[in-house]
Design a binder for this molecule. Structure first.
Ligand code: NI
Length: 186
């Protein structure tokens, strides 16, 4: 296993639409090594999640933690479907945009369909912060970075965010921003 170099904002790989993984390629040593390296990399950088394009691999693979108790999940070829018009505003960060935080509104509930690292299909229904992490990571597979969706006036350096924030942001729904901490980098 290796810790991989993380692409930063401005690297073209972050703007490409990543290719689906052919199901027959999932057991291959190359794909399994990529997954292992992504897991080691996200742990090293203490991220909430990591998408393959962030480590210069333009394929539809993400690793992410939905619940700190449960550890990292591996999703291959994930498809997300919003289940509500209700928006949740949270402060997001990204390993590809180090040192920055921004407020992003996203659907508060999503359905996920994906394959695990054995190639087995599964489905999930996510609500709240796990739904946000899922959308942030899967956006990377379409060349979208959270700063594209953030209210530009919310963007803050981490040091200033820690010193002066987090500010309540507009559109907060139901006070459902459950953590109130500074969030993780994804
Ligand atoms: Ni990210």
């Amino acid at each position: 296993m290796s810790i991989l170099r993380v692409a930063r904002l401005g690297h073209p790989v972050l703007r490409q639409v990543a290719a689906p993984v052919p199901p027959e390629a999932i057991p291959s040593p190359e794909l399994q090594r990529l997954v292992d390296d992504m897991l080691e990399t996200v742990e090293e950088y203490d991220g909430a999640g990591l998408a393959a394009p962030q480590v210069h691999a333009s394929v539809r693979v993400v690793v992410l933690t939905l619940d700190p108790e449960d550890g990292m999940q591996v999703w291959i070829n994930p498809v997300l479907t919003p289940l509500t018009d209700q928006q949740l505003v949270t402060w997001e960060g990204c390993l590809s945009v180090p040192g920055l935080r921004g407020a992003v509104a996203r659907p508060a509930e999503v359905h996920v369909r994906a394959l695990d690292r054995q190639g087995q299909p599964f489905e999930l229904h996510l609500r709240g912060f796990p739904a946000v992490v899922a959308q942030h990571e899967c956006d990377h597979l379409d060349g979208v970075v959270y700063v594209d969706r953030a209210d530009p006036r919310s963007l803050s350096f981490l040091e200033e965010y820690r010193r002066h924030g987090p500010w309540p942001w507009t559109d907060e729904v139901d006070g459902e921003d459950e953590d109130g901490d500074e969030g993780g980098e994804e």
